[in-house]
Design a protein around this ligand. Structure first.
Ligand code: HEC
Length: 112
């Protein structure tokens, strides 16, 4: 009986620690951000939705296109949008710099 209490206490304590460590580790969920803020145009599969394609998105699964763009260019475009394309909104106000940087490997992963 007593050991059961100890075990459940330990469980509670570890759940608490896990919760806190998530906050402190500043875990960025690129998957969730993508689903919420990017998939609308870029599609769950990275190829672009019909709306996105109308707006001029590129196919993220296209290896040649990926190779033609640097990580810095991605960060810059996600932050500032494209001044020549009104349909590409800047995300600099909506996402932190860390979140934007975290989106780059997620975008790259579509072409792997
Ligand atoms: C309203 C539609 C829309 C949404 C939402 C959107 N994008 Fe885009 N995105 C575009 C368009 C259009 C382009 C093509 C811009 C161009 O090259 O003119 C683009 C281009 C890009 C590029 C290529 C940039 C480059 O330098 O070639 C990346 C990377 C990208 N988007 C990532 C994201 C991420 C990450 C999100 C979510 C945080 C996102 N996009 C949300 C429309 C969108």
């Amino acid at each position: 009986m007593r050991s059961r209490v100890v075990v459940s206490l330990l469980f509670l304590v570890s759940m608490c620690c896990l919760g806190f460590s998530n906050v402190y580790a500043n875990d960025i969920d690129a998957l969730e951000i993508y689903a919420e803020k990017c998939a609308l145009c870029h599609g769950e599969d990275g190829k672009g939705t019909s709306t996105g394609i109308d707006f001029g998105v590129k196919d993220f699964t296209d290896k040649e296109w990926q190779a033609s763009r640097t990580d810095d260019e991605f960060v810059h475009s996600i932050t500032h949008g494209n001044p020549d394309n009104d349909n590409y909104l800047p995300f600099g106000d909506m996402l932190s710099e860390e979140e934007i940087v975290a989106m780059v490997p997620h975008v790259r992963a579509f072409a792997h």
